[in-house]
Design a protein around this ligand. Structure first.
Ligand code: PMP
Length: 416
């Protein structure tokens, strides 16, 4: 008995959150509610690309420039002349689309080159590409885990992992809680055909890392497989940008590495890196790979972006200089950025209404950052999430810090 005419944002969260199972049969009311609550403005129309400075038409003031903190283009490669030229060259050579799924005529030489290059990047034998990072997880896990198997998930893994596990048994453990992970491994020994533990390398909301060295030991000692999605760590973490796997030197130990071409690699698409047998199995068993068209020829630019991680290390250096600059600046204002060790910097706010207000204040000051609320994070854990890019300048980051200083003064969010 939801009174849609009166429900507030908080009622709405309390009644059903955004759980699609609760809302699926009420889709008209759901949309009416979101429109009334002014919640359609989350799809801001960007007129200029990933940034770091962009033009948006919001606040009813016509087009305005903003410092963007919403892009996962961590090294700024979407705007790199070599990457853009490679995308254009791909289209010139092969045309604008791939025209078929890999199984039936849509596997081109540049796809094979991308698979070879990304496997080599992670010092492994084989890789398979997908049209998104999302399906690299969802379609692969769906092909690998059935009702006789078990997926053991860190609670904070990406939603694409949960989707991939809809056909199998799932047990979760609290985020990065190794004792809880060990308990699940111990209590489920011998009960399932195959057990996969799935974790992220860098977590997308807190920007913190998985303690992968300890996780590997545990998982191996209980005879399970380990899958690591390092979508946010690749190109950011590790001496040469191979992510959390490089940081802990676990290239041989991790069974399956998944990731995306939509962040550091400046395009769109996803990959899974593993043994040749497992990759070949997926070529025949992943439904997305067989029944859905593959990456367009513009994706030839991914090859260039992968090369640039090694040939132009200055971008990673600039990124880390910017990360430290913004992080220490926010901390010196007394703001809580949590345990981040990556390019994702959240400012913890807590209350959802205050979070929305602060997001609006930042926009007024020309800063575009995302407000993250339930169900992406728990209900009391609303935050403003910022992603740092190598191509932000200190002038831009000073604008961000000045805006936050003003927010602190006006809202009193820091009690010191
Ligand atoms: N894994 C993680 C951890 C992610 O954060 C995301 C997307 N933000 C994905 C997978 C999906 O990648 P894509 O956007 O390329 O589909």
């Amino acid at each position: 008995n939801i009174d849609f005419a009166k429900a507030s944002f908080k009622d709405f969260e309390n009644i059903a959150g955004l759980d699609p199972y609760e809302w699926a049969h009420l889709w008209k009311e759901y949309v009416a509610f979101r429109s009334r609550a002014g919640m359609f403005n989350y799809r801001q129309e960007n007129l200029s690309g990933c940034g770091p400075e962009i033009e948006l038409d919001i606040l009813g003031n016509g087009h305005r420039k903003f410092v963007s903190l919403v892009s996962n283009d961590y090294l700024g490669f979407t705007q790199h002349h070599k990457v853009k030229a490679a995308a254009i060259a791909g289209i010139e050579k092969f045309g604008s689309g791939a025209g078929a799924s890999p199984a039936i005529g849509g596997h081109y030489s540049f796809h094979q080159d991308i698979e070879d290059k990304i496997a080599k990047f992670f010092k492994r034998d084989a890789a398979i590409v997908f049209t998104t990072g999302y399906t690299a997880n969802s379609s692969s896990l769906q092909a690998l885990l059935k009702k006789e198997d078990l997926a053991i998930l860190d609670m904070a893994v990406h939603t694409s992992v949960y989707e991939g596990c809809l056909l199998t048994n799932v047990k979760t453990f609290p985020h990065n809680n190794l004792e809880a992970l060990e308990n699940v491994l111990k209590n489920t020994s011998g009960q399932y055909r195959t057990r996969f533990v799935v974790v992220d390398g860098v977590y997308s909301q807190d920007g913190d890392l998985a303690p992968l060295d300890k996780i590997v030991k545990l998982v191996k000692s209980y005879g399970a497989y380990l899958v690591v999605d390092d979508a946010h760590g690749t190109g950011v973490v590790g001496k040469t940008g191979r992510g959390v796997i490089e940081k802990f030197d676990l290239f041989k130990e991790v069974d399956i590495i998944t990731g995306t071409f939509s962040k550091t690699f400046a395009h769109v698409g996803g990959y899974l890196v593993a043994s040749e047998e497992l990759v070949n199995y997926l070529k025949f068993q992943s439904r997305q790979h067989i029944f859905s068209a593959t990456l367009s020829p513009a994706s030839a630019c991914i090859l260039q972006a992968i090369d640039l991680v090694d040939s132009e290390p200055k971008w990673m250096e600039k990124l880390w200089d910017n990360i430290e600059y913004l992080k220490t600046g926010l901390q010196s204002l007394g703001l809580d950025v949590g345990p981040t060790s990556s390019a994702i910097i959240p400012v913890k706010i807590g209350d959802v209404d205050l979070n929305a207000r602060i997001c609006g204040m930042l926009l007024e000051a020309g800063i575009y950052a995302n407000q993250i609320n339930y169900p992406a994070v728990s209900k009391k854990d609303a935050r403003i999430r910022m992603s740092v890019m190598a191509t932000h300048t200190h002038v831009m980051l000073n604008r961000v810090l000045n805006a936050w200083e003003d927010v602190v003064k006006k809202t009193g969010i820091v009690q010191s």
